[in-house]
Design a protein around this ligand. Structure first.
Ligand code: IFM
Length: 474
């Protein structure tokens, strides 16, 4: 691949242009508070579960923490300039709950609200539409000490927090996402214990899952009451699932896995309650649901946010040595699909999976609008002696996924926007700073930002000044 920054994209990549999408399509990048902000002791911010977790030895690679991260708390004007340089017209960020309510309850901290108010004003001044996520995993530690999302009271706490934030910013922020990827909060954080708060208990994880969805439903009317013309929704990480073989056992396993990964979220949000086949398999581990909860969860969303990274190929694990039905009642095993390229994380690169996923969600659930609220890849970027950062694999990933997104329009999917993950290299949770997902390289020693080749291509794409469709005579 020619890696000159001004070079057209390789032959062999699909042709895709911004003008292939509707004129009012949203183009942006996504970030999350703990992953970029730093400034963890600024202006009265309280401790979050990720401060506690990352400072616990052995939890995060290299002992990395978000103490400084990208120092976005101080450098946000420069980062918003970067978005403008990309030609984006929207920006998805998240709000750190402990900056607003240091202990997760009680009066708001004005300095915390002021920080996000300045950020929002900075976005609007640059012609960027703000998209705020209320919860991208940084729960106040004080709430965790009271049981966190395992306690039903977390639902009321979240609604109060949503009330405070939307009252303060709702005159300018119209697009609100309640939760980012409840799968990760519930299952990475409470079943596998690899994310904060590091609990390992499937039954508790399922109860957390229910409380997260319930808190989403509780927050929706709060947002609508405070924000004129609000557009409110939730972001899920979803995966196309296929069986490892045509055997009846693998086909049934793929169905179960789809139940745990996708339908456990989509079904209740779209008014179908929890999927009966999954609940039956969970048996006594199924979450406690109080009368009225399912109706509250199923309130109308204005859009569904989908984060797409990779599909999963699944085999039946019922007869695997050491399989424990209490720990894994769905009895599924994700297997490697042969011949598929992978990112540095080991995630399969399958752009057509995006078309498949969005088409399926549209067909089965018909949300009024869909936004790709995250999509991106991590590779071991090569910094050149002159400081340039060429990332041909991320560039190819981006081009091919944009083409796959474009293909969903022809299938009638109401796709309205795309947010690349991520604007900046950042703190990748349990992987620390090892995994770089940015369109912009960050030198964490100097905080120097350098637009990678992929970011330069995205800028040309967003500005629609790409000379010719890549790889074609067009
Ligand atoms: O970095 C994360 C993000 O916080 C949530 N979605 C997936 C990304 C890559 O792992």
């Amino acid at each position: 691949m020619n890696t000159r920054p001004d070079a057209p994209v390789d032959a062999g990549l699909p042709a895709v242009r911004r003008s292939d999408f509707p004129a009012d399509f949203r183009w942006g990048c996504a970030t999350a508070s703990y992953q970029i902000e730093g400034g963890v002791h600024e202006a009265g911010r309280g401790e979050s579960i990720w401060d506690r977790f990352s400072h616990t030895p052995g939890k995060v690679k290299n002992g990395d923490t978000g103490d400084t991260a990208c120092d976005h708390y101080h450098r946000w004007p420069e980062d918003l300039d970067l978005l403008q340089r990309l030609g984006a017209n929207a920006y998805r960020f998240s709000i750190a709950w402990p900056r607003i309510q240091p202990t997760g309850r009680g009066a708001a901290l004005q300095a915390g609200l002021d920080f996000y108010s300045r950020l929002v004003d900075g976005l609007l001044a640059r012609g960027l539409q703000p998209w705020a996520t209320l919860y991208h995993w940084d729960l106040p530690q004080a709430l965790q000490d009271e049981g966190g999302w395992m306690a039903r009271d977390s639902v009321a706490r979240f609604a109060d927090y949503a009330d405070i934030v939307t009252r303060a910013l709702g005159d300018r922020v119209k697009h609100w996402i309640t939760h980012n990827e409840p799968f990760c909060t519930a299952f990475l954080g409470h079943q596998h214990g690899v994310h904060a708060p590091g609990v390992k208990d499937l039954g508790l994880a399922l109860q957390v899952h229910h409380h997260l969805l319930l808190s989403h439903g509780r927050a929706l009317p709060v947002i609508r009451a405070n924000v004129a013309d609000a557009q409110a929704g939730i972001t899920l990480s979803l995966h196309p699932i296929s069986p490892a073989s045509p055997s009846a056992a693998d086909v049934a396993a793929a169905r179960r896995h789809d139940g745990g990964r996708n339908r456990l979220f989509l079904d209740p949000l779209f008014g179908r309650g929890y999927p009966a086949d999954v609940i039956e398999r969970l048996g006594p581990l199924a979450p406690r649901v109080v009368a009225g909860d399912l109706a509250e969860i199923a309130q109308r969303c204005d859009f569904l946010g989908i984060n797409y990274y990779f599909p999963e190929v699944v085999a039946d694990a019922t007869h695997d040595a050491g399989h424990d039905p209490l720990k894994d009642p769905l009895a599924t095993r994700v297997v490697d699909a042969p011949g598929v390229a992978r990112t540095a994380f080991g995630w399969p690169v399958v752009p057509e999976g995006l078309t498949e996923l969005l088409t399926r969600v549209h067909r089965d659930y018909a949300p009024p609008a869909i936004y790709i609220t995250e999509n991106g890849s991590t590779f071991d970027d090569q910094v050149q002696p002159d400081g340039a950062v060429h990332d041909p694999q991320r560039l190819a990933f981006l081009v091919r996924h944009l083409a796959a997104a474009r293909d969903t329009l022809a299938a009638g999917v109401p796709l309205k926007g795309y947010f690349a993950w991520s604007l900046l290299d950042n703190f990748e949770w349990a992987e620390g700073y090892l995994r770089r997902f940015g369109l912009t390289h960050v030198d964490f020693a100097t905080q120097q930002r350098t637009l990678k080749t992929s970011g330069q291509w995205y800028a040309r794409f967003c500005r629609d000044s790409l000379p010719a469709a890549p790889g074609t005579a067009g």
